[in-house]
Design a protein around this ligand. Structure first.
Ligand code: PNS
Length: 164
């Protein structure tokens, strides 16, 4: 059975991520959504535990989809888990250069790994965690951009965020 890993910061999970998870979950029998613990990222809003708990709620009805977190290099995590496929979402051509570099580097670090790309649905192609955080911070409505559990967490963090 192919074990695929969808890594990311997921700070926080938005509808574009959910779209990729659902579609990758239909392709791979075993899919792990892996939250990267990157304490150096200054724009971090939620802890790894909070990000994992949001994802847990969203994937609970998706068979074969799991959530985990990892420290350090993704290539090492893939080895540890005997996972062979990395899943990444591509929103626009502007994502591609960065993703191509990562795919090559990850393959050099772990030659058993292939990176695959899922094109994010057009309706979510403009959504990013950074923009979601910014909009919520200024109290505007993000209810159309994120799952309900993310909205609840954002409202906890920014009480002025619209209920939607
Ligand atoms: O959601 P993001 O921020 O685009 O996700 C980026 C992520 C977490 C997938 C990437 O930064 C990553 O793999 N981090 C782990 C450390 C690592 O392996 N760096 C890349 C070396 S090629």
């Amino acid at each position: 059975m192919v074990h695929a890993v969808y890594p990311g910061s997921f700070d926080p999970l938005h509808n574009g991520h959910v779209d990729v998870i659902r579609r990758a979950g239909r392709i791979f029998e075993h899919l792990t959504v892996a939250v990267a613990n990157n304490p150096h990222k200054s724009s971090q809003l939620f802890s790894v535990e909070e990000r994992v708990s949001i994802i847990e709620e969203v994937i609970k009805d998706l068979p074969g989809v799991y959530v985990d977190s990892f420290d350090g290099l993704l290539a090492d995590y893939m080895k540890q888990k005997r996972a062979t496929v990395i899943v990444k979402g591509l929103r626009a051509i502007s994502d591609f250069e960065y993703e191509l570099q990562m795919a090559h580097l990850n393959r050099q670090l772990n030659p058993n790994v292939e990176t695959t790309f899922i094109m994010t649905a057009t309706r979510w192609s403009y959504v990013s965690s950074t923009r979601v955080k910014e909009i919520a911070r200024f109290g505007a409505d993000v209810s159309k951009l994120v799952p309900r559990v993310t909205l609840r967490m954002l409202q906890g963090r920014y009480p002025e965020a619209t209920a939607g």
